[in-house]
Write a protein of this length. Structure first.
Length: 404
């Protein structure tokens, strides 16, 4: 793909013969992103528990920041006044930003029904127990846009395509997302279709109002309905976006997510493909196999803060233990080995499991940094191995080794 006013370009270097996996590179004004790539999430201009110097030590090629949250705190106008997000957070590499549309789900149905984008927790028939953990829905959605009740001060804030583009322009991110409505796994066909139509209308407005110095991705919606996904894919593909993102509800289980990708990806062209909000180890392999180039997810750092640290297959990592150990387990009380003996991250080079367990149980803040460093390094190395396997024609062998 040729470059444009944003300095954005995407080149496919190699395609796997046994799958849809592909090796590529994204070029931006602030550097390159080797694909497939896992994009860590810096919601409030920070990967939680880490400083930008840590991100540089880990060699992160990019991060993703959250438009809605930064608009509320500290404010996108302030960030613009201080020369943009890169200077604000002292990170000089490419930054993605979402549009704020995901919060239509996370602060709406997701909050109210205590679910995520892959439903899973609910059967088809709702029960009284399903109401446990329900919280106030903080959104109101119309064809004009989305109103959000701020959980900071209770005021109502309004976002539409134009304001979302303005906020992202103020942030100065390199790759932005068109404004969309992220639907819930509980949304029925009629509502999902209505939300998809809104997303299509907002896609046109996003293109009209976006800052041409920023690359922009269109977002494919349609929930877990084959005809809607096909319609949305064809519509978004017909517009002059720099890349394609797949968003919204991805069904009730991971098999549903795989099915959605099998519907969507074969219809796409060579533009880069981003999967929004997905990033467990098995997801990475399954989605790369289906042709996804980049992912973003809070999972590695969130699970680290809860005591979960990743281990490779050589150290006992398997799909059934989700490639991680729970560091607070009593079995690590006197364990003098690193989290993963095969890992060369800053944490594993210096610290042992017993010490990290002690820090976690003592609620020492240093634990959160050390565990997050390890988990992000793990993901970095995993993606490097995946890229090397595509280059060498051994991707499916690597996948079998990890997910056997």
């Amino acid at each position: 793909m040729k470059g444009n006013a944003s300095g954005f370009a995407f080149t496919i270097l190699k395609e796997d013969k046994e799958s849809r996996a592909r090796l590529g590179v994204i070029k931006t004004r602030r550097g390159y992103i080797d694909t497939p790539y896992f994009v860590p999430v810096a919601t409030l201009a920070s990967v939680r528990a880490l400083g930008s110097d840590d991100l540089n030590v880990l060699g992160l090629q990019c991060v993703l920041a959250n438009t809605y949250h930064l608009h509320l705190r500290p404010g996108d106008e302030l960030i613009k006044k201080l020369s943009g997000l890169h200077r604000f957070m002292s990170f000089d590499r490419p930054i993605f930003s979402d549009s704020g549309g995901f919060q239509a789900f996370s602060l709406g149905c997701g909050r109210e029904d205590n679910i995520n984008k892959i439903g899973g927790v609910f059967s088809r028939r709702r029960t009284t127990e399903d109401n446990i953990g329900k919280k106030e829905n903080l959104t109101k959605i119309t064809d004009r846009g989305i109103s959000f009740k701020s959980f900071y001060d209770g005021t109502w804030q309004f976002l539409d395509a134009k304001s979302s583009m303005q906020i992202q322009s103020n942030l100065g991110s390199d790759i932005i997302m068109a404004f969309d409505e992220c639907t819930s796994p509980l949304s029925d066909y009629d509502y999902t279709k209505e939300a998809m139509k809104r997303t299509h209308e907002w896609a046109g407005r996003s293109l009209k109002h976006h800052d041409i110095r920023q690359a922009i991705y269109g977002i494919i919606q349609g929930g877990w309905f084959e005809d809607l996904r096909a319609e949305s894919t064809e519509f978004i593909k017909s517009l002059p976006f720099d890349g394609m993102a797949i968003g919204g509800s991805l069904g009730n289980c991971k098999r549903d997510m795989h099915q959605v990708l099998d519907w969507v990806v074969p219809q796409l062209d060579e533009r880069p493909r981003h999967l929004l909000g997905i990033g467990e180890v098995d997801d990475i392999f399954e989605c790369v196999e289906r042709g996804i180039d980049t992912f973003d997810c809070v999972f590695p750092t969130r699970v680290a803060r809860r005591g979960g640290v990743f281990i490779s297959p050589e150290s006992g990592g398997r799909p059934d233990n989700k490639f991680r150990i729970n560091i607070k387990s009593a079995q690590f009380k006197d364990d003098g080995t690193p989290i993963d003996p095969d890992c060369r991250c800053p944490t594993c080079r210096r610290y042992i499991r017993a010490y990290l367990r002690h820090l976690y149980l003592a609620n020492e803040l240093s634990y959160f940094r050390l565990a997050s460093m390890h988990n992000l390094h793990f993901m970095q190395k995993l993606m490097q191995k995946i890229r090397e396997s595509i280059k060498n024609g051994t991707f499916m062998e690597l996948k079998e080794k990890w997910l056997e």
